[in-house]
Design a protein around this ligand. Structure first.
Ligand SMILES: C[S@@+](CC[C@H](N)C(=O)[O-])C[C@H]1O[C@@H](n2cnc3c(N)ncnc32)[C@H](O)[C@@H]1O
Length: 343
């Protein structure tokens, strides 16, 4: 182990002094700062000891723990240096959900699964590593996760002041929809009655209920697993007096023209549910309609779909934006559509 000179910086002033030592080129950024009682030991660039003393610090000698400056990808490739073409075979991207890393195995051979789980857990510093085999599938968007390392697939994620608790093996979580979740938080829904027709674990319901000021949100979810997490999340985010959870098919929701706003956070078959939304929305109400379209066709497709459901004069599209790429040449879009008439 290399030995270096270290400045003994009082811990209570470290947050202002260490940045100054770094900006003046006195602190050695390639070595780790360590704790020593009421001091921080800050490694000094060789030859700058006098400058550190001039700042009023005592100098001591200590071991230089080198800072890990390699990326996790570089460290993974180093661990798998015996595998030919490792960069092409191994996952080089992943997603974190709390203490869980989720990756796609792609071309990695089955024989490597266990080793991948152990190595990635160590390098990414997580308790569980899961392989997302097929993405989500079916009407109820069930995930297909294989646990490569660890055991617990239940986790929680905090985003924009909302805590989402769920099991990554049982309920989907669309990380690409972050901006849309933020937008739900930023809406002004003061006094409104809102219906979330595809509530899941509360992706849109929770930020909207917690921050946008609605009077009540009916949150409908058909997948019993997701519904159980929705119940927990309503409780954990203290929105039980606003959100009314409903387990079942949204086409069975009773009532006409009672909703000021409807969230249709579903893709691919969303248009099948539009007649129900048109029945529930009040004249003047807003539908946030999600769907997937070929890139370049979204405006035309929205017009076709809403012409069919509300008549050409029965709505106006206030905003249309891409949420994320969905497949080659296909994107997920959301349209904010004001409904004038719903008969
Ligand atoms: C795609 S997920 C929600 C995605 C979410 N908007 C996001 O940003 O991550 C849609 C949810 O709708 C539920 N669902 C599907 N069909 C439904 C129906 N007819 N009634 C109620 N919920 C339904 C699925 O079980 C799933 O949990």
């Amino acid at each position: 182990m290399r030995r270096v000179s270290q400045a003994l910086v009082p811990a209570d002033a470290a947050s202002s002094l260490i940045p100054r030592m770094i900006s003046e080129g006195i602190a050695d950024r390639s070595a780790k700062i360590s704790r020593d009682g009421a001091f921080r030991r800050v490694p000094i660039v060789p030859g700058r000891e006098r400058d550190a003393e001039a700042m009023g610090f005592d100098i001591a000698e200590g071991e230089a723990y080198t800072m890990e400056r390699r990326s996790p990808q570089e460290r993974i490739l180093e661990e798998f240096r015996d595998i030919p073409d490792a960069e092409a075979v191994l996952p080089m991207r992943w997603e974190f959900v709390g203490n869980i890393a989720i990756l796609k195995l792609g071309g990695a051979p089955d024989a490597l699964k266990r080793r991948i789980g152990e190595t990635y857990a160590k390098i990414l510093n997580v308790g569980t590593v899961c392989a997302d085999s097929e993405g989500v599938s079916g009407e109820l968007r069930r995930p297909d996760m294989e646990v490569l390392y660890g055991s617990s697939t239940r986790s929680s994620k905090s985003e924009n002041g909302v805590i989402y608790e769920f099991d990554v093996a049982k309920a989907m979580y669309a990380s690409g929809n972050t901006r849309e979740r933020q937008r739900m938080k930023d809406l002004d829904c003061a006094g409104e009655t809102v219906v979330d027709m595809f509530a899941g674990i509360g992706y849109f319901t929770l930020p909207l209920a917690k921050f946008a000021g609605p009077r009540r949100v009916f949150a409908c979810e058909k997948n019993p697993d997701s519904y159980m997490f929705l119940l927990d999340n309503i409780k954990n985010n203290s929105v039980g007096d606003i959100v009314i959870p409903m387990l079942g098919d949204n086409r069975d929701i009773a009532g006409k023209r009672f909703a000021d706003r409807i969230l249709m956070g579903y893709v691919q078959t969303t248009s099948e549910f539009l007649p129900k939304a048109a029945e529930m929305i009040k004249p003047g109400g807003m539908i946030h309609y999600h769907d997937t379209f070929r890139v370049g066709c979204s405006g035309r497709r929205i017009k076709e779909i809403f012409d069919g459901a509300c008549g050409p004069e029965g709505y106006s599209v206030e905003r249309l934006r891409e949420v994320k790429s969905f497949a080659p040449s296909v994107s997920h879009y959301v349209a904010d559509v004001r409904i004038m008439r719903s008969d």
